[in-house]
Design a protein around this ligand. Structure first.
Ligand SMILES: NC(=O)c1ccc[n+]([C@@H]2O[C@H](COP(=O)([O-])OP(=O)(O)OC[C@H]3O[C@@H](n4cnc5c(N)ncnc54)[C@H](OP(=O)(O)O)[C@@H]3O)[C@@H](O)[C@H]2O)c1
Length: 280
C-alpha cells in the first residue's frame, strides 16, 4: 500500500461521523488536512485533535449545498498548497415520502450530494490527470446506490449517481494509466448523526445489527483508497445484500428496503441551515 505521509487531503463533511473519523485516521498516517463543513465549532474540535497528532489542519467553513461553494472551498484549500487526496464525504438524506418534503430541501440535497461532489471531482481530475505523483479521489455513496429506496427516493437516486459516476471515472483513469485513482465507497448503516438528521431510526433488527461504526467505515475507506480500488462496500452483510439484490425483481428489493428501514421516527424533520426550509 502507498505511503500517504506528507500528502495533503481535503475532506468534505469532516465535522462529524465518517468525515471526522477519516480526518483522525489520516492524521494518524501523517496526512496534512483541509477540513470543511458548515459547523465551525465542530470542525475546530476535529482540527485541534488532528493537529495534536503532528499534522497541519486548515479549516474552511462552507455550505456545499449552495452552488458557489465548491469553487470557494477548492480555492481556499489551495491557498497553502496542492491537494493530493480529495474525499467527497459530505451528504445528507431524509426519510420521508418525496411528496411530503419541499423542493428547497431536495435542491440542497442535489447540490450537496451531486453537483458540488461533481465539481470538486472535476477540479481534482483537471489538476492531476497527466501528472506522475500518486493522488486519490474518493466519493462516498451508499448501499442505497444499488436499488430504489422508498421514503429515501431522492437520496438513494443521488447515491446511484455517485456510484455510477465514480466507477466510470475509475475505469477512464485506469485506461490512461493515470496516477490519480477514483474510488467509490458504499457504506451501509453507520452510527452517525445522519439518522437523526434524516428523521429515521425505527429500523428493523437486521438494520440495527448490521450498523458499523464511523471509525470502521473510515478504516475501510482509507484501505480501499490506498489500494486504488474501484468500489468497496464496508461489511459482510452489506456486501451480501448488494450482491443478492441483482437476483431479485426490483419491485421486491424496493419492498424489502421499506421493511428493513421501518417508519419515519419524528413528526418533523430537523431544520436545514442556511436558506433551506424545514420540509414537512
Ligand atoms: N450514516 C449512514 O448510515 C450512511 C450510510 C451510507 C452512506 N452515508 C454517507 O456517508 C457520508 C457521511 O455521512 P455520516 O454518516 O458521517 O453523517 P453525518 O455525521 O451527518 O455527517 C455529514 C457531514 O456532512 C456535512 N454536511 C451536511 N450538509 C452540508 C452542507 N450543506 N454543506 C457542507 N457540509 C455539509 C455535515 O457537516 P455540517 O452539518 O457541519 O455542515 C457532516 O460533517 C454522507 O455522504 C452519507 O450520505 C452514511
Amino acid at each position: 500500500m502507498s505511503d500517504l505521509r506528507g500528502k495533503r487531503a481535503l475532506i468534505t463533511g469532516a465535522s462529524s461521523g465518517i468525515g471526522a473519523a477519516l480526518a483522525h485516521q489520516l492524521a494518524d498516517l501523517g496526512v496534512h488536512l483541509v477540513v470543511t463543513a458548515r459547523r465551525k465549532d465542530a470542525l475546530d474540535r476535529v482540527a485541534e485533535a488532528c493537529r495534536a497528532k503532528g499534522v497541519t489542519v486548515d479549516v474552511v467553513v462552507a455550505d456545499l449545498g449552495k452552488p458557489e461553494s465548491a469553487t470557494e472551498v477548492w480555492n481556499a484549500a489551495h491557498v497553502v498548497g496542492p491537494i493530493d487526496i480529495l474525499i467527497n464525504n459530505a451528504g445528507f438524506g431524509y426519510f420521508r415520502k418525496f411528496a411530503g418534503v419541499d423542493w428547497a430541501r431536495d435542491a440542497e440535497l442535489l447540490q450537496l450530494n451531486l453537483t458540488s461532489l461533481l465539481e470538486l471531482s472535476r477540479r481534482m481530475v483537471d489538476t492531476h490527470v497527466g501528472t506522475v505523483e500518486r493522488t486519490y479521489l474518493v466519493n462516498i455513496a451508499s448501499i442505497g446506490a444499488y436499488q430504489s429506496v422508498p421514503n429515501m427516493a431522492v437520496y438513494a437516486a443521488s447515491k446511484a449517481f455517485v456510484r455510477n459516476f465514480t466507477e466510470a471515472l475509475h475505469d477512464e483513469l485506469r485506461d490512461v494509466g493515470s496516477a490519480l485513482s477514483a474510488t467509490c465507497i458504499c457504506p451501509g448503516g453507520t452510527t452517525t448523526e445522519f439518522h437523526e438528521q434524516a428523521g429515521a431510526g425505527n429500523y428493523s433488527w437486521i438494520a440495527n445489527n448490521s450498523m458499523k461504526s464511523a471509525e470502521a467505515v473510515a478504516a475501510t475507506t482509507i484501505k480501499a483508497m490506498r489500494k486504488g480500488r474501484r468500489n468497496v462496500i464496508p461489511g459482510i452483510i452489506n456486501n451480501l445484500s448488494c450482491w443478492g439484490v441483482r437476483f431479485v425483481p426490483r419491485r421486491l428489493s424496493s419492498w424489502l428496503a421499506r421493511r428493513v428501514l421501518g417508519k419515519p421516527r419524528q413528526a418533523a424533520l430537523p431544520a436545514r441551515s442556511g436558506n433551506v426550509s424545514t420540509g414537512a
